[in-house]
Design a binder for this molecule. Structure first.
Ligand code: ADE
Length: 266
C-alpha cells in the first residue's frame, strides 16, 4: 500500500522502513519486546531502534511527551532514517461518552486543539501555520486519505483485541472496541470534566492526546502517510490522573497490538 511489494506480499529486502513513534516507555515496551533489532542510533538524545517488526522494516523511537518532541522525532525519522511513513502507538484520554477505557481509536482526522487565537476568553482554533486572525480560511484537521483508511480497515477486518480484566479497566471486564475517529492533540494533559465536555462538543472528537497532530503536520509537509493508534487510558475528566496511572500499562498494549496487525498491510 505505501511502497512497492512483490505479488506474494513478501517484504522486499530494499523496502524503506516505517517510522514508529511512542511517547512513553510504557507504550514503547510492547513494540520493543517484539522488535528484531539490527542497530540503535542516537540523535538529539533520542534512541532510534532500527530493525524488523513482524518482518517489516521499522525504526522505533520514544519521542517523549508533547507536540515538539513528536514533531522532532517525526522529522528525524523522515530526514535521517528515510522512513516511507509514520505510525504512532500510545494512550489517550477518551472524550466521547460512547467509549470506555481500553477502546482503541484510529485517527482518521487529527486536530491541534490548542493552536489558535484567544477571543473573548475562549480559544478559537485554527489550522497550524495559518495566521490565527479573522475568519477561518482552511479546514482544521489533518485527514487520513481514503486509500490508507481502506488499507487499515481491511487489515483490521475480523480482528479483536483480548478482553481486558476488571483491574485493567476500573469497571467490568470488557473486550475493547476499535473505531476510526477524530483525535485532538494539545500540550495539556486533560484532567477536567468541563474541558472534556467542551472539547467533545466543539470538535465531536473521540480522544485527546499530546503528540499525534504534530506528527501528522510533519507527515503532511513531507507527503508521507501517517497513522495514529490510541487506546484510552482514561476519560480525561476529574479522575483522569488516577486512571492514567492505573491503566497506562495495560491499555497501551491494545494500541500496540492494533499497530502490529496493521503494519504488514502498509
Ligand atoms: N493521554 C492520555 N490521557 C490523556 C489526557 N487525559 N489528556 C491528554 N493526553 C492524554
Amino acid at each position: 500500500m505505501l511502497g512497492d511489494r512483490d505479488r506474494e506480499g513478501l517484504v522486499p529486502k530494499d523496502m524503506k522502513p516505517l517510522g514508529v513513534i511512542c511517547a512513553l516507555p510504557e507504550e514503547l515496551e510492547h513494540l520493543d519486546a517484539a522488535l528484531d533489532i539490527d542497530a540503535t542510533t542516537e540523535r538529539a538524545g533520542y534512541q532510534f531502534r532500527q530493525g524488523h517488526l513482524d518482518g517489516c522494516p521499522v525504526v522505533l523511537v520514544e519521542g517523549g511527551i508533547g507536540k515538539v518532541g513528536g514533531a522532532l522525532v517525526a522529522t528525524l525519522l523522515l530526514e535521517r532514517f528515510d522512513c516511507r511513513g509514520l505510525l504512532l502507538s500510545g494512550v489517550a484520554g477518551g472524550l466521547d461518552p460512547d467509549l470506555g477505557i481500553g477502546d482503541v481509536v484510529i485517527a482518521e482526522r487529527l486536530i491541534q486543539h490548542d493552536y489558535g487565537a484567544m477571543v473573548e476568553g475562549r480559544l478559537k482554533p485554527y489550522r497550524p501555520g495559518v495566521p490565527p486572525l479573522g475568519e477561518w480560511r482552511d479546514r482544521l484537521g489533518y485527514e487520513m486519505n481514503a486509500g490508507l483508511r481502506a488499507a487499515v480497515a481491511g487489515a483490521l477486518d475480523g480482528f479483536t483485541l483480548p478482553s481486558l480484566s476488571a483491574a485493567a479497566t476500573g469497571g467490568a471486564p470488557r473486550v475493547p472496541r476499535l473505531r476510526f475517529g477524530t483525535v485532538l492533540t494539545g500540550d495539556q494533559f486533560i484532567n477536567c470534566e468541563a474541558t472534556r465536555r467542551r472539547l467533545f462538543e466543539s470538535f465531536a472528537a473521540q480522544a485527546v492526546e499530546m503528540e499525534g497532530g504534530a506528527v501528522a503536520q510533519v507527515a503532511e509537509r513531507y507527503g508521507a502517510p501517517c497513522v495514529i493508534f490510541r487506546s484510552l487510558s482514561d476519560l480525561a475528566g476529574a479522575d483522569s490522573h488516577l486512571d492514567f496511572a492505573a491503566f497506562l500499562a495495560a491499555t497501551a498494549e491494545g494500541a500496540a497490538r492494533v499497530l502490529r496487525r496493521v503494519i504488514p498491510a502498509l
